[in-house]
Every structure is written in C-alpha cells, then in structure tokens.
Design a protein around this ligand. Structure first.
Ligand SMILES: [Zn+2]
Ligand SMILES: [Zn+2]
Length: 291
C-alpha cells in the first residue's frame, strides 16, 4: 500500500513537473494557429464586418515571420531544457579555493562563487540565476543565452499577436468602454456562460486576452533580465544589491551571450562559445551586500 502511494505520488510529482511545459507549448501553438488563421482567412468575428483583402506576398511575409518566431521559441526552449547548468560532470577543482567558495551539504562538495543549490533540480547550479518554473529547469551559466533568446522571441511574438488581435478588441469595445465590455475583455468566459457569443468568437477573445496578459508578463521578465545582463548580475545578486562581477556593458554581454553576442540571439544554431568556465570570475567590486 505504501509503495503504491509513493508510486502514485511520484507520478503526480512528475506530471506537475511537466505540466507548465505542456501548458506553455499548448498556448504558444494555439496563439500561432489563431494568428495564422487571421492572416490566411482574415476572418471577421461578425458576418456584417468587411474582410480585408491582403495580397499573397503580404500574407507570405506575415507567415514567414510568425514561423520564424515560433521555431526560435521552440528551439531555444528545447536547448534551454537540454543544456543543464548544474555541476554534474564538471571538474570543479579543489586547488585555489578562495573567496566566494562554499560547501554544499546536499551535494557534499565545495562549490565555486555564484553557484548555489537548487532544491527543485536537487543539485548545485553554476552561476545560478533562478529556477524557471515554466520550463522546470534552472537558469544558469550554460543556458542563459537560450533563456534570453526564448524570452526575446516570446516577447516579440506576443507583441505581434496582440497587434494582430486588435480587431477582436475593437469588436468587444464597439459598445464603448463600459463595465460590461471591460469585463468581457478581462474574463471572456462571461461571454460563453451568458450565451452572448458563439464558441468561435469566444475562442478568439480568449486567445486575444491570453496574448495581452502573456505580453505584459513576458515584458516584465524580459526587460528585467536585459537589465541584469547589462549590469552583469544574477537575480540573487540583484536582490542583495551587489555587482561584484560586472565587467562593463560590453564585457557583460560578451560573458553572458558568448563570442558572437551581436548575432547569436538570431538563431540558436549560431555557435557562440562562452569565454569563462562558470567556476572562476573576475572580481571587480565588493562581495559584501550594499547597506
Ligand atoms: Zn548543492
Ligand atoms: Zn532548479
């Protein structure tokens, strides 16, 4: 009975671990599908609305940019998950242990500066930034580039999808900015429950809402991490108001995105080796938290 319970618990834990990835994938593909449909069919929500005639070249340009963003999101996300930033299989070396080195009682080893233990991944992570719950993986030294590129394309994709869905908002707001129309925008389920609109129009409104909420969330994450990258900080260092490893804007870009920092974000296939090893870092400021 105990083994059955522990097996069930393990299965539920695994399912919960993968759930955010499955949900994210579903949302990304749903949004891309809906926007592709808007471009291809230019479907108005109501029969009396005019269809816009788009040239086939214009449609092709839209579709190419959409799928370029989609491929980049999926590819970067896949590489982000596959590229573990943990200390597993890394020779940390014991000699020259100095400032910033600690002992991790969970991993039973000495760990270098900027490395910290993740209780979700159950391992120490090099230059750990944070544990990303959406991908179930830590953001650290080796996969920071893929994390940032994925955020960049999610941000641009959601901005694009929000603009493409502007017509949906206009249809909802045609009665003016009333409590009812604002509620419909914020909680599209009301439309379905009250039987005011068809399930098709509800689906459009739902995806349009998801785009706006997603865009606001991703914008906050993306710009926060851009600032951190330019400042050469991890989230942890930002919380403690420390910048001991900042190498100037160009140096920070180079050490975060690698040798080809100016172009590598365009495609995950572009090789951009990182100059450091994630173990030793040049100290340029005080290691003590600012008061
Ligand atoms: Zn550890
Ligand atoms: Zn983690």
């Amino acid at each position: 009975m105990t083994s059955f319970a522990s097996k069930t618990f393990c299965r539920v834990e695994k399912l919960c671990h993968h759930l955010p990835v499955v949900l994210n994938t579903f949302l990304v593909f749903s949004i891309t599908g809906e926007v592709s449909y808007l471009v291809m069919v230019e479907a108005p929500l109501e029969p009396d609305q005019k269809k816009t005639i788009w040239s086939s070249r214009w449609k092709t340009a839209h579709l190419i940019s959409q799928y370029f963003m989609l491929i980049n999101i999926c590819w970067n996300a896949m590489l982000f998950i596959k590229t573990s930033p943990s200390i597993r299989g890394v020779f940390l070396g014991g000699e020259g242990m100095g400032q910033g080195w600690r002992y991790c009682y969970n991993c039973e080893t000495h760990t270098p500066p900027r490395c910290s233990h993740c209780y979700d991944c159950k391992v120490c992570v090099l230059r750990r930034d944070h544990h990303c719950v959406f991908f179930g993986q830590c953001v650290g030294f080796r996969n920071y580039r893929y994390f940032l590129s994925c955020l960049l394309f999610m941000w641009s994709g959601l901005l694009y999808a929000t603009l493409m869905n502007a017509e949906v908002f206009l249809v909802i707001l045609k009665e003016g900015v009333t409590v009812h129309s604002v509620l419909l925008l914020l909680i599209p389920w009301i439309m379905l429950i009250s039987g005011q609109v068809s399930p098709r129009a509800f689906a459009f409104a739902f995806i349009a809402d998801t785009c706006v909420v997603g865009f606001l969330l991703v914008s906050a994450f993306f710009f926060f991490h851009l600032v951190l990258m330019f400042r050469g900080q991890t989230t942890r260092e930002w919380y403690s108001s420390r910048r001991p490893y900042s190498l100037g804007v160009m140096g920070n870009l180079y050490h975060t995105l690698g040798l080809r920092w100016y172009v590598c974000w365009l495609c995950p296939l572009i090789p951009s080796p990182l100059p450091g090893d994630g173990i030793s870092f040049q100290v340029t400021g005080s290691l003590e938290p600012a008061r």
